[in-house]
Design a protein around this ligand. Structure first.
Ligand SMILES: Nc1ncnc2c1ncn2[C@@H]1O[C@H](COP(=O)(O)OP(=O)(O)O)[C@@H](O)[C@H]1O
Ligand SMILES: [Mg+2]
Length: 369
């Protein structure tokens, strides 16, 4: 698997210290018939030039709403607070017309289902060429020639012929490669990919991630990679934001998250990851329980009801996201017990009844991404 670790952890957008994309104190509420859904409750993110930032969390944790808010794609009913800046320019509360200039050109998007991004009645080559011509003044012939090159870049065999194919003539994995080709067609600074491999078979997932990695390599774009699957993040991301109940609950490098997790929820996600260093006989351990409803106000740590080590203060006061003691400054966790979790390195989630050998070892400390 391709691994792009940016060595420059302080890399910035324009060389003046401004990050490419900066999300600050983002909050999104949806008024509904049942009450107000607090979908996003204070998200801070910074995406730097050439960086891959992974956002991971169970379904409903607010990942897509964060991404949609960033792109100005939320329904009108959404109440949005905070700030989203691209190269220092505020994107929130901008007109549709102003945002159109950024979408596709500066910031490209890849969604879960390629068929929602592709039009079934046009050839894939036509669609890539149109994407190019929407932002660049080139002839149809030149755009089609570039479309062939882009298809080659994302690993479509025989691109000279396949450029005339229609989406239904491609497999799911090949369609997602076409979407990646469209995303990189205008040399974006930022690619925002929301569950780009979730709809694909496991074997195809790795190939599409490889194509995404190759696309990043040629464009030098930064990537915001959203997924519910830590396994997807492992090979590609530089830094990871773990989200729960609409907030980041742990932030760190890939190594922090995989080798030194400090938030019980992160340990839970790691436990539900297939291990590559065992023979596969060890069962996965899903986190028991379900995420909280985002209707109404939460009290205490939203993970406390599912947390095996929760104490009274966890149920009373929601912990702030703060630096983990003894770790480097970029490793943050929202947990009253972060230091204890970080130091213990032991699995918190006992093996379920499906764990036939019942040893419950799970020595999470040496898990390999
Ligand atoms: N348009 C909407 N109206 C009301 N609630 C919404 C809307 N969109 C998303 N939500 C709610 O916001 C929360 C976060 O959703 P989402 O960001 O899609 O989660 P995920 O992390 O799975 O991408 C969920 O509780 C979801 O039901
Ligand atoms: Mg989502």
């Amino acid at each position: 698997m391709l691994r792009r670790r940016s060595t420059d952890l302080t890399g910035d957008g324009g060389g003046d210290g401004t990050p490419l994309l900066a999300v600050e104190r983002l909050e999104v509420d949806f008024p509904t018939a049942d009450g107000v859904v607090h979908a996003v409750r204070g998200v801070d993110l910074e995406l730097r030039s050439g960086e891959v930032l992974g956002i991971v969390g169970e379904s409903g944790s607010g990942k897509s709403v964060t991404a949609m808010a960033t792109m100005g794609l939320l329904p009108r009913s959404a109440r949005i607070r905070g700030s989203v800046r691209y190269r220092g320019h505020e994107l929130l509360r901008r007109s549709e017309k102003q945002l159109m200039g950024y979408r596709g050109k500066s910031i490209a998007m890849i969604f879960q289902d390629p068929m929602t991004s592709l039009n079934p009645v046009y050839s894939v080559g036509w669609q890539i060429a149109e994407a190019i011509r929407a932002h660049q003044d080139v002839s149809k012939e030149e755009a089609t020639r570039r479309a062939v090159e882009l298809l080659r870049k994302v690993g479509i065999p025989n691109p000279e012929e396949r450029v005339a194919s229609y989406p239904h003539e491609f497999s799911g994995g090949m369609r997602q490669r076409v979407v990646i080709a469209i995303a990189i067609a205008n040399d974006p600074d930022v690619i925002l990919a929301d569950e780009p491999t979730t709809a694909l078979d496991v074997t195809v997932q790795a190939q599409v991630l490889e194509a995404l990695g190759a696309a990043l390599h040629t464009t030098h774009a930064a990537l915001l990679l959203i997924t519910h699957d830590l396994g997807v993040i492992a090979g590609l991301a530089d830094r990871v934001v773990v989200m729960y109940a609409g907030r980041p609950v742990e932030v760190g490098t890939v190594d922090d998250i995989f080798y030194a997790p400090a938030m019980p929820y992160t340990l839970g996600l790691l436990g539900s990851l297939p291990r590559v260093d065992t023979d596969g006989s060890e069962r996965l351990r899903p986190i028991p329980g379900a995420p909280p409803s985002m209707l109404g106000d939460l009290r205490g740590c939203p993970f406390a009801p599912r947390c095996p080590i929760a104490e009274d203060r966890c149920r009373a006061v929601e912990p702030e996201l703060a630096a983990v003691a003894g770790e480097h400054a970029g490793h943050l966790a929202a947990c009253h017990l972060a230091e204890r979790v970080r130091a213990s390195g032991t699995p918190l989630f006992a093996a379920t009844s499906a764990d036939t050998d019942g040893d419950g070892d799970g020595d999470g400390g040496d898990r390999r991404p």
